[in-house]
Design a protein around this ligand. Structure first.
Ligand code: GLV
Ligand code: MN
Ligand code: MN
Length: 443
C-alpha cells in the first residue's frame, strides 16, 4: 500500500505502515539515510566560525552562532519541517504524526567551546534533520509527531551556564539566568533579544510533563572507548553529574625583585598548589571521577610583579553526585591549609551544576536493536561529557547514541569522526526513532 493511500485509510492502516517501515528497517542492513547529504551539511556548517587549525569557535550567543542558526533553520525548512523557536532560542523542526501522541524529540546543539571541533553537537543536530529527510524520501508516516531540535548554548563557554537551552526547557533553569553578564557587559537577556526572543517570556520555553514521549541524542563519544575497541555504536548508560566553581585567591601584589621569598603572599603560587590539590584529591580514590582546573588568570599579570590576585575554575564530574560533593569537601580543606601556608585568602563560588541523568532501559534496548538490525556492534558506556538530553531526561525517557571519536579527542580542532561512523550513527538514530514510534504509547 502506498503512503498516499494509507493517508486516506483508517488510523490502523497508518499504524500498520509505520510498523512495516520499522520492520523493514529492522531487516535491511542497507542505509536509509544519505551519507553524502549529511557530510555536505556538516562541511558547510563548519564554515561558520572556522579556525585556521580546522575546527571552529562558535560560542553560544554569538554573531557566528546566529549565522549558523540561519543555515540550520533553512535546512529544516527545506526538509519541509514546521519550524518554531522557543523563548530560550531553542530551534524545533516538527513533522506531524498520524496520532495524537506526545512528540519524539531528537537533536543536539551547534555551539562550540573556544577552538572546538566540528562534530560535537553538529552531528546530532544535522543528523536529526537528515533522519527527517530520509523519512520524507521513504514516505514514512509515524504515529508520533517528530521534532528535530537544536538547543541553545549547550557548552556554556559563554556565560558559564552549561546546557542552557535544554535546562530552561526542562524547568531546571529559569529567569535567574537572565542577568548573568559576560566579559563585554552583555547579559543573557541582551543576547536572547538579539536572538529575536523576549526574555520576559523565558519560562514559556518550559516543556510540559507528558509532552515528550522520549528524547534521543546522537553524539560523538568524545573519549577513546569506541575508537580503541573498534565498536561503531555506543549505548549510553548515564550522564555524569557536574559542578563548577570560580575561585579567587587574594594575596599581596609586590615588587618581584625586592620582596624576599619568605615575605611573599603570592596568589598565583597558592592557586598553583590548589590546582595540584584538585588533581591529588580526584586521583585519591578509584573510579571514573575527573577534576579539572581549566582556567587561570593572574593579576596584574606582569613578569616583575608578584601576583596579588588569581582567579581559577574548578570542575568536578562523576556519575554519583555524592562523590562530587565528597571530593569538593576534601578540596576545600586542602585549599584552607594552602591559604594559611601561603598567606592568602581564597573564596570559591558555585557557578554551574548539572545533576546526573540515567538512560532509560527501553531506549537503551531500542538503540541496541536498531544497531543490531543495521549489522552494527554496540558497547554500553557512561558519558563523561554532559549533554542536553540529560536535562530533558528530567521530564521524559532519555537515550543517547555514541559514535567513535578518533584518538578520543574532542573540544579541540583535531576532533574527528569518520564520515562512515557519522553515517552509521545517523542510520541508528533513524532506526531507533522508528522502533520507539512503534514501541512507545501502544494503541
Ligand atoms: C560539554 O560538552 C561538556 O561536557 O562540558
Ligand atoms: Mn556536545
Ligand atoms: Mn562539548
Amino acid at each position: 500500500m502506498t503512503p498516499e493511500r494509507c493517508f486516506l485509510a483508517a488510523a490502523l492502516c497508518i499504524a500498520a505502515l509505520a510498523l512495516s517501515a520499522a520492520a523493514a528497517a529492522g531487516q535491511a542492513p542497507g542505509r536509509h539515510i544519505s551519507p553524502q547529504r549529511l557530510q555536505a551539511g556538516l562541511e558547510r556548517l563548519s564554515d561558520f566560525g572556522r579556525n585556521p587549525e580546522g575546527g571552529v569557535t562558535r560560542l553560544g550567543f554569538s554573531r557566528t552562532e546566529l549565522e549558523a542558526r540561519e543555515y540550520v533553520l533553512n535546512l529544516m525548512r527545506e526538509a519541509g519541517l514546521a519550524v518554531r523557536i522557543d523563548a530560550a532560542g531553542n530551534i524545533f523542526g516538527g513533522r506531524p504524526g498520524s496520532a495524537k501522541l506526545p512528540v519524539l524529540l531528537f537533536g543536539s546543539h551547534i555551539d562550540s567551546v573556544p577552538q572546538g571541533g566540528n562534530f560535537d553537537g553538529p552531528l546530532g543536530s544535522l543528523g536529526a534533520i537528515e533522519v527527517m529527510r530520509a523519512l520524507n524520501d521513504a514516505h514514512v508516516v509515524t504515529r508520533h509527531p517528530l521534532e528535530a531540535v537544536v538547543w541553545t548554548n549547550e557548552e556554556g563557554s559563554h556565560f558559564g551556564i552549561s546546557v542552557l537551552g535544554s535546562g530552561v526547557a526542562a524547568g531546571v533553569l529559569g529567569p535567574e539566568i537572565l542577568d548573568r553578564r559576560d566579559e563585554d557587559g552583555s547579559t543573557v537577556a541582551d543576547w536572547l533579544k538579539r536572538y529575536g526572543q523576549d526574555p520576559a517570556r523565558l519560562t514559556e520555553a518550559r516543556i510540559p510533563r507528558g509532552a515528550v514521549a522520549a528524547i534521543v541524542e546522537l553524539h560523538i563519544e568524545q573519549g577513546p572507548n569506541l575508537f580503541e575497541s573498534r565498536i561503531p555504536i555506543g549505548v549510553v548508560q548515564g550522564i555524569v553529574a557536574l559542578k563548577r566553581w570560580r575561585c579567587v585567591a587574594t594575596g599581596v601584589a609586590n615588587h618581584a625583585g625586592t620582596t624576599p621569598m619568605n615575605r611573599r603572599r603570592d596568589a598565583l603560587a597558592a592557586a598553583a598548589r590548589d590546582l595540584l590539590a584538585v588533581r591529588d584529591v580526584v586521583r585519591s580514590e578509584t573510579g571514573r571521577q575527573v577534576g579539572t582546573v581549566g582556567y587561570i588568570k593572574a593579576e596584574p599579570g606582569a613578569a616583575n610583579v608578584i601576583p596579588g590576585k588569581t582567579e581559577f575554575t574548578v570542575e568536578l564530574r562523576d556519575l554519583a553526585a555524592e562523590k562530587v560533593e565528597r571530593m569538593w569537601s576534601q578540596i576545600q580543606e586542602r585549599i584552607g591549609v594552602i591559604d594559611k601556608e601561603e598567606g592568602v585568602g581564597t573564596q570559591c563560588a558555585l557557578t554551574d551544576q548539572v545533576a546526573p541523568a540515567l538512560g532509560d532501559p527501553r531506549l537503551q534496548r531500542a538503540i541496541h536493536d536498531a544497531a543490531g538490525s543495521a549489522g552494527l556492534a554496540t558497547m554500553d558506556l557512561p558519558s563523561g561529557a554532559i549533554h542536553d538530553a540529560g536535562e530533558i531526561s528530567r521530564l521524559a525517557p532519555m537515550g543517547m547514541i555514541f559514535v567513535p571519536s578518533r584518538d578520543g579527542i574532542s573540544h579541540a580542532p583535531r576532533e574527528y569522526t569518520s564520515w562512515n561512523d557519522c553515517a552509521n550513527g545517523v542510520e541508528v538514530l533513524y532506526r531507533t526513532v522508528l522502533r520507539l514510534d512503534t514501541e512507545l504509547d501502544p494503541p
